[in-house]
Design a protein around this ligand. Sequence first.
Ligand code: BG6
Length: 467
Amino acid sequence: MNGKFPQHFLWGGAVAANQVEGAYQADGKGLSTSDLQPQGIFGAITPRMAGDSGIKDVAIDFYHRYPEDIALFAEMGFKCLRTSIAWTRIFPQGDEETPNEAGLAFYDRLFDEMAKYGIQPLITLSHYEMPYGLVKHYGGWGDRRTIDFFERYARTVFERYKHKVKHWLTFNEINMSLHAPFTGVGLPQESDKSAVYQAIHHQLVASARAVKACHEIVPEGKIGNMLLGGILYPLSCKPEDLLETQRQNRDWLFFGDVQARGYYPAYMQRFFRENGIQVAITEEDRQTLRETIDFISFSYYMSGCVTADPEQFETARGNILDMVPNPHLASSEWGWQIDPIGLRYLLNVLYDRYQKPLFIVENGLGAKDRVEADGSINDDYRINYLNDHLVQVAEAIDDGVEVMGYTSWGPIDLVSASKAEMSKRYGFIHVDRDDAGNGSLERRRKKSFYWYRDVIHSNGASLKDRR
Ligand code: BG6
């Protein structure tokens, strides 16, 4: 793989505030939607009572242990670390006029620590959480006023960190609101489609406002969107399967189309009409949407298949998506189908469609690890997964796709989003904590730690083409 990755390729890892920080009430932080789902995105929405606890309340205690963790990332040679700002540390209820200084100060410390090692932050404004206060008092993204609250938050953090953070993302996996409305847009899970698309519309307008604000405030700043790149293949070459696949891929590409092109794609008119979906879009909204992102970012874990034949439809559950299994692919322990070539394909699809730089901001294997008697963790399965995906990234770069960087998901073990598990581990660094919250939180390098260090140091030359 010699010479395929550009010289300034941003190698690194990605985490999210609610999956690593813990300290869920420290220094004035308010409750977020994530705090109300202690069992994860698939879990119940529960009011927090005094004295109850969830695994995310401490998570991996990154809030206090970040200097040690950043030093470990630096040892691997990270050029970039993706994390999110917890909106509730800055505006605890969401509708305050002035921000919480203690929350702002935490991220100053974090970014300063990263700067010591030359690690560039890539910051998501909202990663699967929003202030619960906005859900309770305004109905989340269902209410237009949430756009203004988000813009206030975005402008506040752009002003504060404009000299420290040059790469930003708006909403994590923005297309997931279709499948997880509470997590995505703060609506009840059983909301009807009109309500969900209206809330999504507000979020798309808010995203465009953040893009505008970033361009105004952050010198040399770049801001992207973030899609769950759930690329789908037709299960057969039947024309009906192909058309249905195109339709289902448009479910998620719609978000990228609005954010990258600046207007609603024509195919949505028919989709809204045939599904009885009403969305109020003002002329001012249409103007706002014209402010488009600088780059496309996405997560990629698996691909899936589509059939138009209901009899053939059987469900292979991903974390939030239902996909038909591909008979040619193996699966992870969590049933996610492993498809490195799909990443090359997806990179090409997105580049052909948008002609904007791409950033792979999540990719990785969730697996159970075994700590050997001598303390080592030999995670060859993870090395193979990541190696094979990176080989395909190199191929896509050779195809002519502009790829800014790659941040693998969960470079340090963290709490999983879908079911709040610690045992589903993604890290190069092991964290001593189990699903019940027992453990010393001690950090330990896995075999993959040294492997990734070599990949970064060699700028990809150490990758092995195992095909
Ligand atoms: C993405 C999310 O959906 O997938 C992350 O952006 C999440 O927050 C990741 O952790 C992996 O999913 P899970 O459920 O295994 O944590």
